[in-house]
Design a protein around this ligand. Structure first.
Ligand code: GDP
Length: 195
């Protein structure tokens, strides 16, 4: 798959706008500011592809990117931003609930967490939703460039324990800033989505 052949398709604000056309879908989730847009940008090797630094807590959308006409990268709305209004949180929950309800929708889940910290309660909830799909899940531990050697050593295991992951779920140490882990993540995605 030529991952650099990527184009934005649409931003779905409601379930009726979700795409379902048989192409594999790789769904990316993560808390606000974890670097989800940066990870997607790093994968497709473009600086301003998915928006970086967008105001956290803006209206939740599901963004679709078509990769090499063969698969979608699906950018799920970020979570865990404290200042979001209750109405907006409820909208987010409804959108996600519907997205995850259709078990055929996700072919590969990619949950992005912060390599420096223990997974949050929201991260755990999201990991549970992904596990519930029965589809393969990849964990991206982002921002490893901010860790020293000691921090790096145990961080994969800490995340594995925190998210109660089985041995089948890889934890990929990643830096969207430096490019660490890009090849490993792409290889896993291509294998799973068969693209
Ligand atoms: P999103 O809200 O999850 O889409 O996060 P963004 O991609 O907008 O990134 C949030 C902030 O984290 C930005 O200031 C990025 O430059 C920074 N960031 C993202 N990935 C990394 C990384 O791997 N290392 C470092 N040091 N900073 C990162």
């Amino acid at each position: 798959m030529n991952v650099q052949n990527a184009k934005f398709i649409k931003s779905a604000a409601a379930p009726k706008d979700f795409i379902s056309n048989g192409l594999p879908q790789v769904a990316f989730a993560g808390k606000s500011n974890v670097g989800k847009s940066s990870v997607i940008n790093r994968l497709v090797n473009r600086r301003n592809f998915a928006r970086v630094g967008a105001t956290p807590g803006k209206t939740a959308h599901v963004n679709y990117f078509l990769i090499d006409e063969r698969a979608y990268f699906v950018d799920l709305p970020g979570y865990g931003y404290a200042k979001v209004s209750l109405t907006e949180k409820q909208r987010w929950a409804k959108l996600m609930e519907t997205y995850f309800q259709d078990s055929g929708r996700i072919d590969c889940g990619v949950l992005i967490v912060d390599a420096r910290h223990d997974p949050t309660a929201d991260d755990k909830l999201m990991a549970g939703w992904f596990k519930g799909t029965g589809r393969p899940l990849l964990i991206v531990a982002n921002k490893v460039d901010k860790l020293n050697a000691t921090g790096l050593k145990g961080c994969g295991e800490k995340i594995r324990e925190g998210l109660e992951l089985g041995a089948e779920t890889p934890v990929i140490l990643f830096s969207a800033e430096k490019g660490t882990g890009r090849e490993a993540l792409l290889k896993e995605i291509e294998n799973i989505a068969n693209c």
